[in-house]
Write a protein that binds this ligand. Structure first.
Ligand SMILES: C[S@@+](CC[C@H](N)C(=O)[O-])C[C@H]1O[C@@H](n2cnc3c(N)ncnc32)[C@H](O)[C@@H]1O
Ligand code: SF4
Length: 502
C-alpha cells in the first residue's frame, strides 16, 4: 500500500526531530529527548545482564565497544561543541580518575567472560593528563575488562599534548589508533579559535611519532571556522595529501549553543551551502589523491573502499557500547540505552555515581532499529545479516515486511533477494521515509512526548508546505556535513570499525 499524505506529514514531523539512524538517537544529549527517563545503577546492571545473556546465547551481535570520556582540556577552543571543561586544579582530574575506577568496579563482574571488541577514549583531550595517572587509569581499565587481541583501541589527542612518553604509555596498554584534532593549520584561524600550543611543527611531529610507532593515525579538520575561507581550508587539504595520515575526518562547523562562539552571538564565516561546496571540492582532491570513503561490509565485518559516494559513520549496527564519564552514551543490546549526564547539565561531581537517563528496549525494538540504521547509515540492509542476528528473514517479520512493502509500493526502496536498498531520493525524502520503519510503540512514545509541537506543526505545515520542507531539508543536510576518508594504505589496518557513542 502506498503511504498516504497524512502519514507522510507525520513522518516529516518526526524527521524534523533529528536523525533517524538511531532510535533512540545517537547524537545529542539524551535529556533533549523527553521520552528518556531517570535511571540508576541497579537498572543499568539489569540492562547489561540481559544484553550479556543474549550475546552468550548467540541472540545478539558479539560486538561490545567501551567508550570512556575524558572531559578535560588545557583551554577551551571557541568553536568546540564537545562536553569538556578546563579543570580548576589538577586534583579535579585525579579525583575524576578515581571516580572512573569506582564506576568500572560497579560493572566489571558482569563482563568477566566477555571480550570487548573495541575501545575508544574520547574527550576533551585524553592526553591532557599526567603520565602516572594515564598509566593508572589504563591499567585499571585493562584489568577490569578483557579486550580481544584484534580490538581497535582508539584515543583522541591534541598534537600539543601527545608527547613521546605519553605515546609510550598508550602503546604499553595496547592503543593502536590515535586521532589528532588539528582543525586548521592556518595561524590566523588557530589564534581566533584560541587553540593554545598548536603549530604546524607540533602537528607534523605528532604525526611522525604515530607513523614511527605503526599507530593508525587519524586527523580532524573543520570547515567554516572563524576567519577561515575556501583557500585556507583547501591548503589544509593539500597538506593532508602530503602528510598522508591514515584517516582524515572533515567536519562542517556546527555552532551549537554550548560553543563559546555561539555565546558571542557571532555569524559563521561560511554558510551551509558554502561548506557543502568546499567539502565537495576537498572530496575531489582527496579522492584523486588516493583517499576513499570507508564502507563497512556487514557480512564480512570489514571496512572496504567502494568508489560509491558515502558519508562515513563508523558505529557498527547492532553493537553494544559500555560508556563511562559525562555525556557517554551506552547501549545494551536488547535491553536499553542510557546516558551519563553531560557537563552542560551541571558541574562534574567526582564523588558519586551519576544519575543516568535511559530508554529501555527489547529484542523486537532492535529488529526495527537494525533496519532503520542499516538503511540510514549504509544505504542498504543485508537480509543475510538480519537473519544471522535475529534468526529470521526480515520479510518473515509480519509488521516489518508490511512496512517494507509499503515503502516499495511508494517507490522508495527495492526489496531484493539479498538486500533491501534505496531507489534514488534526496536526504529529506529518505529520512522521512525511514520513519515508516519505526515500531508503533516508539512512534507513540515520541509523539506523546512532543504532543504540543506536533499539534503546532500540523497547524503550520499546510500554510507553507514548501517553506517547511526547505527548512527540514537544511536541517537533515546539516547532519551530512561530516565526512571521513581513508588512505588506501590503511585498508588492511582498519578491519574492526570503531564503536563510540558520545
Ligand atoms: C572531542 S574533539 C577531540 C579533539 C582534541 N581534543 C583536539 O582538539 O585536539 C573531537 C572533534 O570534534 C570536532 N568538533 C568539535 N567541535 C565541533 C564543532 N562545533 N563543529 C564541528 N566539529 C567539531 C573537532 O574536529 C574535534 O577534533
Ligand atoms: S577542540 Fe579539543 S582541545 Fe579544543 S576544546 Fe574541544 S576537545 Fe578541547
Amino acid at each position: 500500500m502506498k503511504i498516504p499524505q497524512s502519514q507522510w506529514i507525520k513522518y516529516l514531523f518526526l524527521a524534523s526531530l533529528g536523525r533517524a539512524d538511531d532510535c533512540p538517537p545517537k547524537t545529542g544529549p539524551y535529556q533533549d529527548y523527553p521520552y528518556f527517563r531517570k535511571s540508576n545503577l541497579e537498572e543499568i546492571r539489569e540492562f547489561w545482564k540481559t544484553a550479556i545473556s543474549l550475546i552468550k546465547s548467540g541472540m545478539a551481535p558479539k560486538d561490545i565497544g567501551l567508550y570512556l570520556h575524558w572531559p578535560f582540556c588545557a583551554s577551551q577552543c571557541t568553536f568546540c561543541f564537545c562536553s569538556m571543561k578546563v579543570p580548576e586544579n589538577y586534583s579535579e582530574m585525579r579525583n575524576y580518575v578515581d571516580m572512573l575506577k569506582r564506576e568500572m568496579d560497579t560493572l566489571k563482574d558482569l563482563f568477566y567472560e566477555i571480550q570487548l571488541t573495541s575501545v575508544w577514549i574520547g574527550g576533551g583531550t585524553p592526553t591532557f593528563i599526567a603520565n602516572r595517572d594515564l598509566d593508572d587509569l589504563l591499567t585499571h581499565l585493562r584489568t577490569s575488562f578483557q579486550f580481544e587481541k584484534a580490538s581497535q583501541f582508539y584515543v583522541e589527542a591534541s598534537p600539543a599534548t601527545l608527547t613521546e612518553s605519553k605515546l609510550e604509555i598508550l602503546l604499553s596498554h595496547g592503543v593502536n589508533r590515535v586521532t589528532l584534532g588539528v582543525q586548521s593549520l592556518d595561524g590566523k584561524v588557530i589564534s581566533l579559535m584560541d587553540r593554545r600550543g598548536q603549530t604546524l611543527e607540533s602537528v607534523e611531529r605528532a604525526l611522525e611519532l604515530l607513523s614511527r610507532n605503526s599507530v593508525v593515525s587519524d586527523v580532524d579538520f573543520v570547515v567554516g571556522l572563524d576567519g577561515q575561507d575556501k583557500n585556507s581550508f583547501l591548503r589544509d587539504v593539500a597538506w593532508i595529501l602530503k602528510a598522508k595520515p591514515d584517516v582524515a575526518h572533515l567536519y562542517g562547523f556546527d555552532p551549537r549553543p554550548q560553543t563559546l562562539f555561539a555565546g558571542k552571538d557571532k555569524q559563521t564565516s561560511l554558510s551551509w551551502a558554502d561548506m557543502f561546496e568546499i567539502l565537495e571540492a576537498a572530496e575531489k582532491i582527496l579522492l584523486k589523491g588516493g583517499y576513499r570513503h570507508p564502507v563497512w561490509l556487514p557480512e564480512t565485518d570489514r571496512l572496504e573502499y567502494l568508489e560509491e559516494k558515502q558519508c562515513g559513520g563508523m558505529t557498527k549496527v547492532g553493537a553494544s557500547v559500555l560508556g563511562f564519564g559525562p555525556v557517554a552514551q551506552s547501549r545494551a543490546f536488547g535491553a536499553g540505552s542510557y546516558q551519563h549526564p553531560p557537563l552542560s547539565l551541571g558541574p562534574l561531581d567526582t564523588k558519586k555515581i551519576p544519575d543516568y537517563i535511559c530508554f529501555p528496549s527489547n529484542r523486537e525494538d532492535e529488529m526495527w532499529q537494525h533496519v532503520v540504521r542499516s538503511l540510514s547509515r549504509f544505504h542498504r540492509l543485508s537480509r543475510a545479516e538480519f537473519k544471522r542476528i535475529f534468526r529470521m528473514d526480515v520479510m518473515e517479520h509480519l509488521f516489518l515486511a508490511e512496512r517494507l512493502k509499503d515503502l516499495e509500493d511508494s517507490g522508495f526502496i527495492y526489496v531484493e533477494s539479498e538486500s533491501v536498498s534505496w531507489r534514488s531520493g534526496d536526504i529529506l525524502t529518505r529520512q522521512t521515509a525511514l520513519r515508516h520503519l519505526y515500531s508503533m510503540e516508539l512512534e507513540q512514545v515520541i509523539l506523546r512526548a512532543y504532543q504540543r509541537e506536533f499539534v503546532e506543526f500540523l497547524r503550520a505545515f499546510p500554510l507553507d508546505p514548501h517553506g517547511w520542507e526547505e527548512k527540514l531539508r537544511r536541517k537533515v543536510q546539516a547532519s551530512a556535513l561530516e565526512r571521513i576518508y581513508l588512505n588506501v594504505k590503511a585498508a588492511a589496518r582498519l578491519e574492526v570499525p570503531c564503536v563510540a557513542l558520545k
